[in-house]
Design a protein around this ligand. Structure first.
Ligand code: RB5
Length: 147
């Protein structure tokens, strides 16, 4: 498993901590930036990471101040299901019920230790194989084809 990770300046500190945490667990990472606390635009990094997740099929993690802007921007990309999670329950549901492929986190809204637990659950949980969940996720994919 490889994790594609990215942030803006508002999520840079948590991104760096999560990189260290995931590397300590032997998880392979690709960092799409940003690389400092200098002010930047979150859609640029959401786009880089979302395109990489589209190309590779890997799982993504995006961090901004609240996680809101990152999720809005990443969800513009076909096949991307980015979920803003704020506890272990939402992380598990995002994977099981929604087959989310990008986890969004807010550095200003989520404590570091909670973020690590959320990441652990998100990466360890498989999507549900139940028909009703697959049907609903497919309906998400179909939205936009004729709208
Ligand atoms: C940056 O100040 C902040 O707006 C950004 O990190 C994010 O929270 C946007 O959703």
């Amino acid at each position: 498993m490889k994790v594609i990770i990215g942030s803006d300046h508002g999520g840079y500190g948590l991104k760096e901590k999560l990189k260290e945490y995931l590397a300590s667990k032997g998880i392979d990472l690709e960092d799409m930036g940003t690389n400092s606390e200098e002010s930047c635009d979150y859609p640029d990094y959401a786009a880089k990471a979302a395109k990489k997740v589209q190309e590779t099929g890997n799982t993504g993690i995006l961090v901004c101040g609240t996680g809101i802007g990152m999720s809005m921007a990443a969800n513009k990309f076909k096949g991307i299901r980015a979920a803003l999670c704020y506890d272990e329950y939402t992380a598990r549901m995002a994977r099981e019920h929604n087959d989310a492929n990008i986890l969004c986190l807010g550095e200003r809204t989520t404590k570091d230790e909670d973020a690590k637990k959320i990441v652990d659950v998100f990466l360890a949980t498989d999507s549900s194989k139940e028909e009703r969940h697959k049907r609903r996720v497919n309906k998400i994919s179909d939205i936009g084809l004729d709208s």
